[in-house]
Design a binder for this molecule. Structure first.
Ligand code: PMP
Length: 363
């Protein structure tokens, strides 16, 4: 089956093999007579699925033993509250603002603690990352929050900051919603990482939290029990009913990632895909991307047409060629190509061919 290439930012394309396998197992998972959707989360069948998902994810992302992997609900924006409820002790936290998602995170955190903006890329229109050497980190922050990939502005940290080297002992909190599993991650620099699954891991409804064990037991008394990291960890993510079907699909994605060669192989492929797309944009007279080269996202590539009156024609032509969901986020306009793990290089090649063709006829 020839499906179109889906460049949506999330919920995003899943590997076709994964969808086909899920379809085949929909009515009867492995002879159990049940769909995964119909299984009790504490039963033996789901237990088998869950154990494999934990093992595969830990192996794929090389998560050290002193981190817990939690499967929660609520999505990235719920974590903007859940993180300060668990980590802030009601004191203060540092935020580095690099786009809309880190902005939203700090706004939400203000309900639970005081917020220090350590640095902001706002004056550049969020087209650059503030140099970490210039961050104004506070002495007593309960944590430092960054967004490792700004899905809307297309700005990505190619290396996580080393807070110790910057003189801070605070744990680093990373919103990795839109670049989790796209590249290896240096856990020695991380206290907690969180992300919604709906871009690189699986369907919406599952939230991944990976947290260092020493950070588990500092929640505020008002923290809802279902969002208390220690309770969730002590109950193997089954304090409440977890999003079982989404966990199962994520498990199929993890098995697919292993078959692709793991995260290092995905990172190389993602780098090549992004390079092809950025080179095409940079060498064009019609399109442009505004993000500084040292922090361009390998996952979300926003771009603009110099003549914006061509936008509708561009999108219509793309749709006609099976290139879907290229319209940019309404807050920034223009176009955006999201090229997560599940986007094959052939999809980027098809987009590049269309970009050139459209420029030839309209440039
Ligand atoms: N953080 C980032 C980086 C995101 O891209 C998104 C969603 N696009 C969110 C947080 C919010 O996620 P959710 O919609 O799951 O709350």
């Amino acid at each position: 089956m020839n499906r179109p290439f889906n460049f949506g930012a999330g919920p995003a394309a899943l590997p076709q093999e994964v969808l086909a396998q899920a379809a085949g197992e929909m009515l009867d998972w492995h002879g159990s007579g049940m769909s995964v959707m119909e299984m009790g989360h504490r039963g033996a069948e789901f237990g088998t699925i869950y154990a494999q998902v934990q093992t595969d994810l830990r192996e794929l992302l090389a998560v050290p033993e002193h981190f817990k992997i939690l499967f929660m609900q609520g999505g990235g924006q719920a974590e903007n509250a859940i993180v300060p409820l668990n980590l802030s002790r009601g004191t203060s936290a540092d935020f580095v603002l690099t786009g809309i998602w880190s902005q939203r995170s700090q706004l939400e955190a203000r309900k639970y603690c005081s917020v220090n903006i350590a640095a902001s890329g706002e004056s550049s229109g969020y087209t650059t990352l503030p140099e970490s050497a210039g961050w104004q980190l506070s002495r007593d922050a309960s944590y430092v929050h960054i967004c490792s990939n700004e899905t809307i502005h297309g700005v990505e940290y190619h290396e996580l900051p080393d807070l110790k080297a910057l003189g801070s002992d605070a744990p680093l909190v990373v919103d990795f919603s839109s670049n989790v599993a796209s590249r290896p991650l240096d856990w020695s620099r991380v206290g907690l990482a969180f992300g919604g699954a709906q871009k690189n891991l699986g369907p919406a409804g599952l939230t991944l939290v990976i947290v260092r064990e020493d950070l588990l037991d500092r929640a505020l008394a008002v923290c809802p029990s279902a969002f208390n990291y220690k309770l969730v960890a002590d109950n193997q993510s089954m304090f409440n009913t977890p999003p079982t079907y989404a966990i199962y699909i994520a498990g199929l994605v993890f098995a697919w990632l292993k078959r692709q060669g793991g995260i290092a192989a995905m990172a190389a492929r993602n780098q090549a895909k992004a390079a092809l797309l950025y080179q095409t944009l940079d060498s064009s007279q019609l399109y442009f991307n505004q993000v500084a080269k040292n922090c361009r996202s390998r996952m979300n590539v926003p771009f603009f047409l110099r003549d914006e009156s061509l936008n509708d024609a561009f999108l219509a032509g793309a749709r006609a060629r099976g290139l879907l969901q290229l319209k940019g986020h309404k807050l920034v306009g223009g176009m955006r190509a999201s090229i997560y793990n599940a986007m094959p290089v052939e999809g980027v090649q098809a987009l590049v061919a269309y970009l050139r063709e459209f420029e030839k006829t309209h440039g």
